[in-house]
Design a protein around this ligand. Structure first.
Ligand code: SER
Length: 317
């Protein structure tokens, strides 16, 4: 039987790119994109089956599972770290109840594989900040972070208890040119490119030396698809895999952009609430389990990513 892939949250930063990549691999009709509102990709890049569904609307979500009988489900609907702090209860409800609905329906409809993203936000101020290991103290202090940590425990629980093949990655901050990020702490690293090209300057909401793990979207999508195609018995982690990416500060990113836009100027605001969130997160990540279990290897370093971002963004801006 061919694959039937349901993507929930297909209008978001990751979902848009993943829908396009999976349609490229499996064919348009094999991928059902869904989100709470109409498709955002007027350009037609993601053309194919589409459902409007709210992951919290149990009846409607059940209907979508029943109608399409997916073999794979990607749940990408979530509220990220910065918006989550403005709407803590709503973030908890969406991130947690949404996941439980999807896990339950995936068991009921015998979905073969489920993907659910976690984040570097699962770590907290007492986690080691350099080369943060897979297993360590985790005391996230954002609603987003502890919803992801609880979600990881649920994923592992459904794997152990019900045999559901759930797979997950703790994404670093993701940077891509096709889509905008949706309210996270790492969003500056995308906004900076837009402003560099449009106005030649940017005020960073994170301070000059705030290092965070980041990753180019090409690598993130490739990692996701690689993990999903790895034989189940070689996966030793059913909570979520650390993924390292590239660690850099706003100053280092700005310096790299200046190589292409010499007059680019960066300044720094100094009382943004996202700074405290960034300060509680790792500066770099140890992803040796991903390397060992599914052969993960990063392709885009900082200079390769900046070059590719600018080349592509110039075409669309
Ligand atoms: N990029 C996300 C955020 O900043 C982290 O997963 O919230």
């Amino acid at each position: 039987m061919g694959e039937k892939i349901l993507i929930i949250g297909a209008n978001g930063q990751i979902g848009t790119e993943l829908a396009s990549a999976l349609r490229g691999i499996y064919g348009s009709d094999a991928v059902i994109a869904s989100d709470i509102s109409s498709p955002n990709n007027a350009g037609g890049e993601n053309n194919g089956p589409y459902e409007i569904v709210n992951v919290l609307d149990k009846d409607n979500l059940h209907h979508v599972f029943d109608k399409h009988r997916p073999t794979q489900v990607y749940l990408l609907a979530a509220i990220l770290s910065a918006i989550g702090e403005q709407k803590p209860k709503i973030a908890w409800d969406l991130n947690m109840t949404g996941l439980l609905h999807v896990l339950d329906f995936s068991v009921e409809f015998k979905v073969a594989k489920v993907f659910w993203p976690s984040s570097i936000a699962v770590f907290g101020p007492h986690s080691p900040q350099q080369q943060t290991p897979q297993y360590c103290v985790m005391d996230p202090n954002t609603v987003y972070g502890f919803s992801k940590l609880a979600g990881e425990r649920w994923c592992e629980y459904y794997f152990t208890k019900y045999g559901l093949d759930v797979r997950s990655i703790r994404y670093p901050g993701l940077i891509g040119w096709r889509t905008n990020p949706g309210g996270g702490t790492t969003d500056y690293a995308v906004h900076i490119f837009h402003e560099a090209l449009k106005t030649g300057k940017y005020e960073s909401f994170l301070s000059v030396n705030t290092a965070l793990p980041m990753m180019y979207m090409e690598d993130a999508i490739r990692a996701t698809i690689t993990l999903m195609n790895t034989p189940a018995d070689t996966l030793n982690i059913r909570s979520s895999y650390n993924l390292a990416g590239i660690s850099f500060t706003p100053a280092q990113l700005a310096d790299e952009i200046k190589k292409y836009i010499p007059g680019f100027e960066i300044s720094y605001s100094n009382n943004d609430p996202r700074q405290a969130i960034a300060d509680s997160w790792p500066k770099s990540i140890d992803d040796s389990y991903a390397q060992k279990d599914w052969g993960w290897k990063l392709e885009y370093d900082l200079s390769k990513m900046v070059e590719d971002m600018l080349v592509n963004m110039k075409k669309i801006i």
